[in-house]
Design a protein around this ligand. Structure first.
Ligand code: URA
Length: 334
C-alpha cells in the first residue's frame, strides 16, 4: 500500500480507494483493485510534476493535506481530522474488516467507521458560514486617522507582518500641503516605528529645511509599504497591492497640494509604471488627483553626490507646482 493517503485525499479518492483496496485484500476484488490503482498511478506522476512546478512552501516537509477551497480547515474537522493523520497501521488495526462473505457493493456505505468516509450527519460548518462568523471590518477608505492608524498597527494582510518589529504608519502634519512618500521602512524605522529616521532621513530633513519645510510642521511623510521587508529586499507586487489602500486613505485625509515621490520604487508604485526614474523626473504626474513630482531617494543621494544637484532641481519644480496649486509661502516654517 505504497500510495500516499494524503494524495488520495487531495484528489478526493480516499473513500473509493479504501473500499476497493479492502475488497482486494479480502480476495474478492483483485481486478477491481488493479483497475483502481491504474489511474491513480498516472495521477501520482502528474501530481509530482505539478508539485515540482510550484514554489516550495516553508511547510513543505509537512504531508500534503486536502487543499480544496471547499474543504473545512483542520480545526473545523475536529476529531476526524486528527484521526486522518494517524499512521495507517494503527488505523488498520483499529478497524474491523468487512465480512468476507458479503458481496462488494461500491455504492453502499461501508460497514465500518473509517474516519475518512464522508459522514452526512457530521456538523462541519460550511466555509461560507465560517466566514460569516468574523465581523466585517469597516472599509479602509471610511476610517478616520485614529482608526486608520490602529488598522495599520494590527495589519496582517501580507507576510511582512511576520517579521516586523513595528508598523511604520507616517509622521508629521496631518493637514500639510506637502506629502513625501518613500518606499518602505528600513531597520531603524522598523525599530522606531517612524519613517526616515536613519542617515537617509537626516539628509531628507536637510533637503526639506532648504525649502523652509520640516517634518514636524508642514510636511507629512509616509511610505508605500508600512512594514519592513526582511533584509531590505524589494517589496513584492502583492505586498504593494495590500498596503496601497492605507496610503490612499492617508492621502485623502491629508489632502496635500503636492506629493513628492522619493525614489524609483515609490514613483513606480504610485504612478503604476515601470518607467525609469530619469524619465519620470522633471514632469508633473498625478496620484489620486494630487500633483506628483518624482525625485531621487535620499539613500541613493548619500551614495551619488553628483545627483544632488538634480534633486535640488526636482525640489524647485515641486515648489513651483505647489505654488501653482494654491500653496501659500506663508505656510512655510520660518
Ligand atoms: N527608506 C524609505 O523609503 N523609507 C523609510 O522610511 C526609510 C528608508
Amino acid at each position: 500500500m505504497a500510495l500516499n493517503e494524503s494524495m488520495l485525499e487531495e484528489f478526493g479518492l480516499a473513500p473509493l480507494w479504501v473500499r476497493r483496496g479492502m475488497t482486494a485484500r479480502d480476495g474478492q476484488g483483485d481486478a477491481v483493485a488493479a483497475q483502481a490503482e491504474e489511474p491513480l498511478q498516472s495521477m501520482r506522476e502528474d501530481a509530482n510534476d505539478e508539485r515540482r512546478a510550484e514554489p516550495v512552501p516553508e511547510s513543505a516537509s509537512e504531508p500534503l493535506r486536502v487543499s480544496s477551497a471547499d474543504t473545512p480547515p483542520p480545526q473545523a474537522q475536529g476529531e476526524s481530522a486528527a484521526r486522518v493523520d494517524e499512521p495507517a497501521a494503527r488505523r488498520e488495526a483499529a478497524s474491523p474488516r468487512p465480512d468476507a462473505s458479503a458481496s462488494p457493493n461500491f455504492d453502499a456505505p461501508p460497514e465500518d467507521d473509517f474516519a475518512w468516509f464522508d459522514d452526512p450527519n457530521a456538523s462541519v460548518p460550511a466555509p461560507a458560514e465560517a466566514r460569516r462568523e468574523a465581523p466585517a471590518l469597516p472599509a479602509i477608505h471610511t476610517l478616520d486617522w485614529d482608526a486608520l492608524a490602529e488598522r495599520v498597527a494590527g495589519c496582517e494582510a501580507c507576510r511582512l507582518c511576520e517579521k516586523r518589529t513595528n508598523t511604520v504608519f507616517g509622521v508629521g502634519d496631518r493637514e500639510a500641503d506637502w506629502m513625501l512618500i518613500g518606499e518602505a521602512p528600513g531597520e531603524n524605522e522598523d525599530r522606531q516605528g517612524e519613517p526616515f529616521v536613519g542617515q537617509a532621513g537626516k539628509l531628507l530633513d536637510n533637503m526639506l529645511r532648504s525649502l523652509a519645510l520640516a517634518r514636524g510642521t508642514n510636511v507629512y511623510i509616509a511610505n508605500v509599504i508600512k512594514c519592513r521587508p526582511p533584509g531590505n529586499r524589494n517589496p513584492q507586487p502583492d505586498e504593494v497591492a495590500r498596503c496601497e489602500p492605507y496610503l490612499q486613505r492617508q492621502v485623502s485625509l491629508v489632502k496635500p497640494k503636492l506629493i513628492v515621490a522619493l525614489g524609483r520604487f515609490a514613483a513606480q508604485s504610485l504612478l503604476k509604471t515601470e518607467d525609469s526614474i530619469s524619465s519620470l523626473r522633471g514632469r508633473v504626474h498625478t496620484y489620486e488627483g494630487v500633483p506628483v513630482i518624482v525625485t531621487y531617494h535620499p539613500a541613493y543621494l548619500l551614495r551619488s553626490l553628483p545627483d544632488k544637484a538634480k534633486a535640488w532641481a526636482d525640489l524647485c519644480l515641486a515648489r513651483a507646482t505647489w505654488l501653482a496649486n494654491g500653496g501659500a509661502p506663508s505656510n512655510e516654517s520660518k
